[in-house]
Design a protein around this ligand. Structure first.
Ligand SMILES: *Cc1c(COP(=O)(O)O)cnc(C)c1O
Length: 372
């Protein structure tokens, strides 16, 4: 059996190496490294895959979130609702732009934003909500959209972990709100070989604004209409993504099969709760995240697994409202109890399209032994 890794990019790329090398060779011959043809072609192909009118590529998933917020021209005192049980990128860009992150609870079963809690946090200054489709399945978009409409909020969906996930057969993650964003970081479900990101929208005006901001605030060369940034997807990365996009459905299917196999093997274990696949959304399992029962020493479990060459990770150990960087916002322990509880109990096991049944069986056997 091959050594188990959280992600196995080497195996993934060994299958597409020829195709990628051919693309890179063509690129070297043309040497159009910035804004080459592959960039527009990839944007078109991704738009078609997602079922959205516009895709605007950029340098990484965090830039995508920042540019999305910049495109909304928000007043200085704007408050932005964002989940606390989350990766840092959304909160970070809100703060960087001088706006105020307001942290919202997660739903304990699907780890995604809890609109009932968001309702208690709205003020006259709330202008945006940023649901994050965590671990690979959609937040409850219908309730997000209803809430946003009632309160006149923009919706920016962070789809970095859930690209291709489908909500209630209505459409794919990232295409429901005003703007969706994603990341092509190598370990994401659709990863390139470096950094990359994209924004999606069905709104023509926003699309043109996003493109302008990502390009230094210019539509016409050397005519700067707004303060922008420099954020581009390299032609090289677009070339690689064009080779991988046709495989994304298959990658997602294999991730799901792996997760279902874990769920089946672990279903009777009362020391943990396996991840729930909500009836509202398909799940593309960017992470396979279970919850350990209360009172189990997670550090100890991880250490014992490590000794047995079973990798595991904690996404995420500290909710954002308790991180030192956001101390200035005045949150304290107990303010978001569900997010705090999740942060204490979650444990992510290896999941990727290349994982084998044998590897999953090995992981489960060892996990059950160390749990005792
Ligand atoms: C990876 C990730 C990002 C950021 O993507 P980068 O390309 O690394 O900037 C943002 N949000 C979430 C939820 C992510 O998982």
């Amino acid at each position: 059996m091959k050594k188990i890794q959280m992600v196995d990019l080497t195996t993934q790329h060994s299958h597409i190496k020829e195709k990628v090398l051919k693309g890179i060779e063509e690129l070297i011959d043309s040497s159009a490294f910035i804004k080459g043809k592959a960039v527009q072609e990839f944007e078109k192909e991704l738009a078609e895959f997602l079922g959205v009118k516009h895709v605007i590529s950029c340098g990484n998933g965090t830039d995508a979130l920042q540019i999305a917020l910049m495109a909304l021209n928000l007043p200085e005192n704007t408050e932005v609702l964002v989940p606390s049980f989350n990766y840092v990128a959304t909160a970070e860009v809100i703060a960087l732009l001088g706006l105020k992150p307001v942290f919202v609870e997660a739903k304990e079963d699907i780890f995604n934003i809890d609109i009932e809690d968001a309702k208690t946090k709205i003020t006259a200054n709330t202008k945006v909500i940023m649901p994050v489709h965590l671990f690979g399945q959609c937040a409850d978009i219908d309730s997000v959209l209803d809430f946003a409409k009632e309160n006149d909020l923009y919706v920016i969906e962070d789809t970095a972990q859930a690209i291709g996930s489908v909500y209630r057969k209505k459409g794919t993650a990232g295409t429901f709100g005003d703007i969706g964003t994603t990341s092509f970081f190598p370990s994401k479900n659709l990863g390139c070989m470096g950094d990359g990101g994209a924004m999606f929208t069905n709104n023509d005006e926003l699309a043109s604004k996003l493109r302008m901001i990502a390009n230094h605030g210019q539509k016409q060369k050397y005519h700067f209409d707004c303060v922008g940034v420099n954020s581009r997807l390299d032609t090289l990365q677009a070339t690689i993504l064009r080779a991988k996009l046709p495989l994304l459905k298959e990658y997602s299917q294999k991730r799901l099969e792996g997760a279902l196999y874990y769920n089946e093997l672990l279903k009777n274990n009362d020391k943990l709760t396996t991840p729930l696949i909500s009836e509202n959304s398909t799940h593309v399992f960017h992470q396979y995240t279970l919850k350990l029962a209360e009172g189990i020493n997670r550090d100890e479990i991880q250490a014992k697994l490590r000794e047995r060459e079973v990798p595991s990770m904690v996404y995420y150990p500290i909710p954002l409202h308790l991180q030192r960087a956001y101390e200035y916002l005045g949150y304290k322990e107990g303010d978001l109890p569900t997010s705090e509880k999740l942060a204490k109990q979650v444990l992510s096991l290896p999941i990727h399209p290349e994982i084998t049944k044998e590897q999953i069986e090995f992981i489960v056997k060892n996990l059950e032994e160390v749990l005792g």
